[in-house]
Design a protein. Structure first.
Length: 409
């Protein structure tokens, strides 16, 4: 039912559209490539016969697919069209590796994808893999999800005898910079449950995410010409450096934590002598711990003020998203049916947690339970990124089976 060649062609077509999110942009979506890809997807949805197709004023793409005329509640499938700004994303030149032999994958500019560094490759011998030439990321996060959803939609339209719940399609923008649902009207989704197709590997049902806040710590000093700075200059950068140095080193950092351990992560510094600031992310699966992390930042800020005369420190905390597990616990059928669909296909699966977030976490908080499903992504946000076509096909087959189970409810 799933057309392998068409799915591959879709994916290659989509990754060639540069759509990296731009965290410095003041517009939404933050990059024109997202609108370009959204226009392409909308035109393809119209051509295949989907209804209610729309690219709204914010760039979000919507569609409905219900060829069998089911009266069951609709199910949302969501993916995001933007890619990470953490590696170059323009002019992607995808490479197709047929029947992967288990060895190193040599990219054109000398970069290597090595099984010693990417042990997941050991389970992908014989798969068709897609990489880049090593100069850009691939964008499998989340154009693998986009391609799978598009193939699911067309497969259902070509096979109206397949009994399935109505499919609601949504492609969001700027997920990579935390704005995927900024302009989302959840009532417009008109579905009882959702699934983001935005996960790595195969057979994974992500049922929890981190809870997340962002902190901005601002340092105010006083600048003068350094030649007359004695007794007058107050260097905010020295205070900022001391603050970052005072953060825990042997715990509560991404470098020292795993599994369910949370962290405080400084990731951006800007400013000068007069004023400066550091941006940090606070992450934990227990939402209540975020307040503890914020209190620690305030205590360190107070200590810095006492040790750096004349410096004023301000700590601002911004809520980002919350653990979707808190919502899914009250709607277990969302994960249960995803698991049942894997069993019906005779495939193993596991429930897992994400040390990060998805649009599904925010949709869950809005009232739409939305677990995350895997679509064959690997080494995301890197020029060594790759995707498995075999696992993308499996993800499409799983989605159709899952829609069928929801149609029976």
């Amino acid at each position: 039912m799933i057309c392998r060649e068409r799915l591959l062609e879709r994916f290659l077509r989509y990754v060639r559209v540069g759509s990296a999110a731009d965290p410095k942009s003041s517009v939404y979506p933050s990059s024109p490539g997202q609108l370009e890809l959204g226009q392409l997807l909308a035109s393809e949805l119209i051509a295949m016969g989907a209804i209610d197709v729309e690219q709204d004023k914010n760039g979000l793409v919507w569609a409905t697919v219900n060829p069998s005329g089911s009266t069951a509640p609709a199910v949302l499938l969501n993916a995001h069209v933007d890619t990470s700004p953490e590696a170059p994303g323009e002019n992607c030149n995808p490479q197709v590796v047929e029947h992967y032999d288990g060895g190193k994958i040599l990219l054109k500019n000398g970069i290597v994808i090595d099984p010693a560094e990417s042990p997941e490759l050991n389970a992908l011998v014989g798969h068709t893999l897609i990489t880049t030439d090593g100069s850009t990321l691939l964008g499998g996060d989340d154009k693998a999800g986009v391609a799978v959803i598009m193939e699911v939609a067309q497969s259902l339209l070509e096979n109206p005898n397949v009994k399935a719940a109505p499919l609601r399609v949504l492609f969001t923008c700027d997920e990579e910079i935390g704005a995927g649902t900024r302009h989302l009207d959840v009532s417009k989704i008109n579905a009882s449950v959702g699934y983001t197709l935005d996960g790595g590997g195969a057979g994974t049902i992500d049922v929890e995410t981190f809870s997340a806040d962002m902190a901005i710590v601002r340092f105010q000093g006083r600048n003068t010409h350094p030649s007359v700075g004695k007794g007058k200059m107050v260097n905010s950068l020295r205070a900022l450096g001391a603050f970052v140095a005072s953060l825990p080193h042997d715990k509560l950092s991404p470098e020292t934590t795993a599994d369910r351990e949370g962290f405080i992560h400084p990731y951006h510094i800007s400013g000068g002598v007069q004023s400066s600031e550091v941006h940090l992310i606070l992450r934990d699966f227990q939402t209540s711990k975020l307040a503890t992390y914020a209190d620690l930042l305030r205590e360190l800020a107070h200590s810095i003020e006492s040790r750096h005369a004349g410096v004023k420190v301000e700590v601002e905390i911004r809520e980002q998203y919350r653990n979707m597990g808190d919502v899914l616990a009250g709607f277990p059928k969302a994960a249960d049916l995803a698991e049942e669909a894997f069993g019906k296909l005779g495939r193993p699966c596991r429930r897992d947690i994400i040390r990060g977030g998805t649009d599904g976490a925010l949709m869950s908080a809005m009232g739409l339970p939305t677990p995350n499903l895997s679509v064959g992504q690997y080494n995301i946000h890197s020029v060594r990124e790759y995707a498995s076509l075999n696992q993308m096909i499996e993800a499409a087959e799983h989605a159709i089976c899952l829609l069928g189970l929801w149609g029976e409810q």
